[in-house]
Design a protein around this ligand. Structure first.
Ligand code: NAD
Length: 486
């Protein structure tokens, strides 16, 4: 098994044609709960990117014309490989990213479910390919083909390594695309372990190529490479814009999964205990480092005082600590840069006059590691940065509303539109609010469950396109109609 965290050697971070390439600049990978170095990983540059793209281009003809059933079998074997290595992947994920072990387990389960789902969709492709199209004229006949769009570049962040990767890799491979993957430079270890499992499952050479490295050295040349047909990117809006600009030079397709500033709306008739539970889960899961964090909490005036008190005591009771310790519910932020960014947001919230109910600082007794206590703000100004900008840390802001219409208006007043949660005992009221929100996913009285069958992505500046479901597969396909005279 692959144990990079125990290795004093440089971990290979560049895979081309199923060969791990040595050499190249290296980067250090850290354990966010101890701040210790975990591993040193070799990386690539623009030349390595070119080699990887050439390798994917060479493999494309055979892979794209292989039967969907064959690709499906391979994806199913990958899912099985991930299942067999569940414990190891969880450990690596927690060690590199800092998330509590139980959360890492849910990540691995999501990866398995995603590969299994797209294994089925790949198998279905054979039966639906070349399906006839009904035409209004008997002089012509038409058939529809769905063809893989070519060599695709997948660029992913650090907050759900393996998961965001699986959401791209599984449908891309199912569609018949060949791939160059660029993991985040912050969390390459779980990604590289997943890649090794994929190779063991029998992936042909060149179908999956990997280039670890920084955004500038690897992500930028990958985004502008003329032989890349499509880029699927998950990350920040600032970088998403740059990726799109580079892609525009050669008119590449782009799918973007970017930031969020999502709302949790607690209606007057909500179950208070459930609302408190969902508010804390939506704000503090993965230390709040979620594009889907419901960091804007809107609560009906009538419930507000009791709700704030309960959220505050629940937040203060959250067990913060080492991801491997029993009972820990909230781990460290991923690195020093993220810790500093979140603390800056908190300071700006205070300057803007928000009331700090709890948190806002390093928890007692945790002197090492990038820990921030669960933080709750109230009396938050509508024009303040904590209310409007993605914080990506364990910080929630609570505001009151006097009518559902006001809650909807406040939730929709955002540059983002990824997700929302509605809490209400009345399904009609909850559905009314859900339907009026400009977001791609709404949960009613439910935690943030994600199924491979439901689309992921949002409105406005949160996304271009959708991942998961058949839409995730379509993102890697071109449509072709063949029309003939009869
Ligand atoms: P980031 O944008 O800094 O980095 C994402 C990836 O892009 C990394 O692999 C990075 O190396 C690469 N990159 C950096 N500069 C690049 C460049 N110039 N060209 C090409 N690639 C470049 O994001 P992050 O800090 O890793 O992740 C946090 C962000 O990701 C948050 O904004 C979060 O909302 C977003 N995110 C969104 C979703 C979603 O589904 N919408 C999911 C997870 C994370």
């Amino acid at each position: 098994m692959f144990h990079p965290e125990c290795s004093s050697e440089v971990v290979a971070g560049v895979l081309v044609g199923n060969q791990w390439l040595a050499g190249g600049p290296t980067l250090e990978v850290f354990n966010p709960s101890t701040e210790d170095r975990l591993a040193t990983v070799s990386t690539g540059d623009s030349q390595t990117v070119d080699l990887a793209v050439q390798s994917a281009a060479q493999a494309f003809a055979a892979w794209s014309s292989s039967a969907g059933a064959l690709r499906g079998e391979l994806l199913a074997r990958i899912a099985e490989g991930v299942r067999q290595n569940r414990q190891h992947l969880m450990t690596l994920q927690s060690r590199n990213n800092g998330k509590p072990l139980a959360e890492a387990g849910l990540d691995v389960d999501d990866v398995i479910a995603t590969f299994e789902y797209y294994a089925d969709l790949a198998r279905d492709l054979d039966a639906t390919q070349d399906r006839g199209v009904a035409l209004p004229s008997s002089d012509f006949a038409a058939r529809l083909r769905r063809e893989p769009c070519g060599v695709v570049a997948l660029i992913v962040p650090w907050n759900f390594p393996m998961v965001t990767t699986a959401w791209k890799l599984a449908p891309a491979l199912a569609a018949g695309c060949t791939v160059v993957l660029k993991p985040s430079e912050v969390t390459p270890l779980p990604e590289l372990a997943l890649v090794r499992i994929m190779l063991d499952a029998g992936l042909p050479p060149g179908v999956l190529n990997v280039v670890c490295g920084t955004g500038i050295a690897v992500g930028a040349p990958l985004s502008s490479h003329p032989q890349v047909a499509k880029i699927s990117f998950t990350g920040s809006n600032a970088v998403g814009v740059q990726v799109m600009q580079r892609a525009a030079e050669t008119v590449k397709g782009v799918s973007l999964e970017l930031g969020g500033k999502s709302s949790l709306i607690v209606l007057e008739d909500a179950d208070l205990e459930l609302a408190v539970e969902l508010a804390c889960a939506g704000g503090f899961y993965n230390a709040g480092q979620m594009c889907s964090a419901t960091s804007r909490v809107l609560v009906a005036e009538q419930l507000a005082d009791a709700f704030v008190e309960k959220v505050k005591s629940r937040a203060q009771a959250i067990c913060v600590g080492d991801p491997f310790d029993e009972g820990v519910q909230l781990g460290p932020l991923v690195n020093r840069a993220q810790y500093d960014r979140v603390m800056t947001h908190i300071a700006r919230g205070l300057t803007a006059g928000a009331r700090l109910e709890c948190g806002g600082r390093r928890p007692e007794g945790l002197d090492r590691g990038f820990y921030i206590a669960p933080t709750v703000f109230t009396e938050v100004a509508l024009d303040s940065s904590v209310w409007n900008e993605e914080i990506f840390g364990p910080v929630i802001c609570i505001r009151r509303f006097s009518s559902p219409a006001e809650a909807i208006a406040l939730a929709n007043q955002s540059d983002f539109g990824l997700v929302a949660t509605v809490v209400s005992r009345n399904l009609d009221s909850a559905n009314h609010v859900a339907d009026a929100l400009q977001v791609g996913m709404v949960w009613i009285n439910a935690p943030q469950v994600i199924f491979p069958q439901t689309a992921w992505g949002g409105y406005k500046q949160s996304s271009i396109g959708r991942e998961l479901g058949p839409w995730g597969l379509a993102a890697f396909q071109e449509l072709k109609h063949v029309v003939r005279a009869v």
